[in-house]
Design a protein around this ligand. Structure first.
Ligand SMILES: *Cc1c(COP(=O)(O)O)cnc(C)c1O
Length: 422
């Protein structure tokens, strides 16, 4: 930890809090962040050369593991030709086509540079298209850090206990209507009162930013029904779930047809990418085809496109069911070990993402997630990290598995859990 500690002290002189994204500072787990030197497959290597089994995977993008050979090859080949053109290139079409093929509801797609940009642009489009102002979002869902979404926004914000955030005008958030995740009645009530001015409902079809919380049977279907009834758009924020829950995302998994879909993380293969897409009839409202303005100097960047293309091409032939089975085995193993040690634990799991909440209660929304015992989590996190297991430094995050992890890593993880003391 010595080198990481030194680097952290130095970083704090030049970068607020020493990090470029708050949760990385590890404040809520009362630890210093590890500075990372390199990643390979399921492993991270810290600045002091220690090796960790990585279940954060850059917060989701690296479903193929670190430095995947195909992704690296693609990046190097593109790099030879230049880094950015500010003009269209064929790679943009290739990635767009791959996404459109994979997600039945997406007919057209616009590339941006982050998930945040994807959601804020999708909301602007929804507002421009419907000529309405309000948006319904769910408490504990995170949709990036754009003003409209920073009311009750889950993990990063929750961990730091910032009630919303200073810097967002009240008038802006006044258009954001809040409901509890999995609570259709509340959504109905909001629509009864404001239905004619609701441009969209935005939802993580599986919540991943208050820890993993699954939609109850009928919840997503209900949202589809209500939005159709009132002429509002349904926006699926699949920045985490896209190409994670299945190759066709959560919408394929649950067979729901949203109007707009936000993507990021996996489709960038570890490079900064976001995208939003949906029905042609709606997407055609974006400039230059339509009047809703949205632009980006580096959008569709060739390096980012190549990493995304290589990743999706590789994923096309991967066995998502097998990965889900292995993830279940690992997560159930962890749950059993913790239970034997007398720790109250609740497992939420889908595909290759899961969260162990330290509570006896079922977790179906943010209020439930917050019941997770913070002290136990901190102890769990610290003891696992000491043993070389790298987990997200917050009780409200998902753990991610990857196609690069093997039996060997999963066994080591369970061995580490066996040695925990509470
Ligand atoms: C990560 C995330 C975002 C934000 O993406 P950034 O690339 O960090 O801006 C938006 N929505 C969801 C569901 C996310 O998990």
């Amino acid at each position: 930890m010595q080198k990481s500690k030194e680097l952290f002290e130095k970083a704090k002189k030049f970068i607020p809090g020493g990090v470029n994204s708050p949760v990385r500072a590890c404040l809520s787990v009362q630890a210093d962040p590890l500075f990372i030197e390199r990643g390979e497959g399921p492993y991270l290597y810290s600045a002091e050369g220690e090796r960790f089994i990585d279940y954060v995977l850059s917060w989701g993008p690296l479903i193929l593991g670190h430095s995947h050979p195909r992704v690296k090859e693609a990046l190097l080949a593109t790099l030879e030709k230049g880094t950015s053109f500010g003009a269209p290139c064929e790679l943009e079409i290739e990635l767009a086509e791959l996404v459109v093929e994979a997600l039945p509801s997406v007919e057209m797609i616009r590339m941006v540079n982050s998930g945040t940009e994807a959601t804020m642009s999708a909301l602007r489009l929804a507002r421009g298209y419907t000529k309405r102002n309000k948006v319904v979002k769910f408490i504990g869902c995170y949709h990036g850090h754009a003003d409209s979404f920073l009311a009750s926004a889950g993990s990063g914000v929750a961990t730091l206990s910032i009630p919303g955030t200073p810097g967002v005008p009240e008038e802006t958030v006044a258009h954001t209507l809040l409901a509890n995740y999995n609570d259709l009645d509340q959504v109905e009530d909001l629509f009864k009162e404001h239905g004619q001015d609701i441009a969209a409902v935005i939802v993580e079809p599986v919540a991943g930013n208050m820890g993993v919380v699954l939609p109850r049977a009928g919840f997503l279907e209900g949202l589809r029904e209500i939005t159709l009834k009132y002429g509002s758009l349904l926006i699926f924020d699949e920045v985490i779930t896209g190409f994670r829950v299945s190759y066709s995302g959560a919408q394929g998994y649950f067979n729901i047809d949203p109007d707009l879909t936000c993507l990021g993380k996996i489709i960038g293969g570890g490079l900064p990418v976001g995208a939003y897409g949906g029905k042609k009839e709606i997407m055609q409202h974006i400039a230059p085809e339509g009047p809703v303005y949205q632009a980006g100097t580096l959008s569709g960047n060739p390096l980012a496109m190549s990493a995304g293309i290589a990743t999706l091409k590789e994923l096309k032939n991967k066995d998502y069911n097998k990965l889900a089975q292995n993830t279940e085995k690992l997560a159930l193993g962890l749950q059993e070990i913790l239970q034997k040690k007398g720790v109250p634990v609740r497992l939420n799991l889908i595909g290759s993402m899961f969260t162990l909440f330290f509570t006896d209660q079922e977790v179906v929304d943010f209020a439930g997630a917050k019941q997770s015992n913070q002290e136990l989590f901190v102890s769990f996190y610290q003891q696992m990290r000491t043993q070389g297991i790298y987990l997200a430094p917050s009780a409200f995050e998902a753990s991610f598995n990857s196609f690069s992890h093997t039996e060997k890593e999963w066994e080591k993880t369970l061995e580490a859990a066996n040695k925990l003391e509470f």
